[in-house]
Design a protein around this ligand. Structure first.
Ligand code: RP5
Length: 169
């Protein structure tokens, strides 16, 4: 999973990071969306508690490396998104990963209750949150990239069409 990218020629502009490889099942949903929109990204384990020095280095180098967004997922005492946000002005999108005992409510509360002044845009618990974080990054990039905007409009239209054709048996 480490250093997963879209295409080698596509510049990496989004970081998808997570506290453990056990988060990958959820966080891969973000990567799938970024791949679908051909947005260069990397996927890495970056644990706030188990790799604090690497986490700070990643945040400190993010801007200079050209990252425009960091999607960070973690479960339980989910400090990764908030601590990244504390160390960089690159926008951080937090994804609460479901946890074993509290089912991700702990993760959600850990990520969403940031102190005033250090924002983390926090998404839903689990796969929907991971996918939506990536879609939000796409939407932000689409503001200045008309082709991406058209692709996003088409993505929405496909979803609508699927919903319209749903059958109840
Ligand atoms: C968090 O602890 C990770 O983000 C993960 O959601 C959770 C459990 O990690 P493992 O014990 O599965 O490595 O740091």
């Amino acid at each position: 999973m480490t250093d997963t990218t879209t295409k080698e020629t596509t510049p990496i502009i989004v970081g998808v990071v997570m506290g453990s490889n056990s988060d990958w099942e959820v966080m891969s949903e973000a990567s799938k969306i970024l791949q679908e929109f051909n947005i260069g990204h990397e996927c890495k384990v970056l644990s706030a508690h188990r790799m604090p020095d690497e986490m700070f280095t990643y945040a400190e180098e993010a801007r200079a490396r050209g990252l425009v967004a960091i999607i960070a997922g973690a479960g339980g005492a989910a400090h990764l998104p908030g601590m990244l946000a504390a160390k960089t002005i690159v926008p951080v999108y937090g994804v609460p990963v479901p946890s074993k005992y509290l089912r991700g409510v702990d993760s959600l509360h850990s990520i969403v209750q940031m102190p005033k002044g250090i924002p983390v845009a926090t998404f839903a618990i689990g796969e929907a949150g991971a996918a939506n974080a990536a879609l939000h990054v796409v939407a932000m990039l689409a503001v200045n990239h008309p082709e991406l905007a058209n692709q996003l409009v088409a993505f929405r239209a496909t979803q609508s069409e699927k919903a319209r054709s749903m059958q109840l048996n």
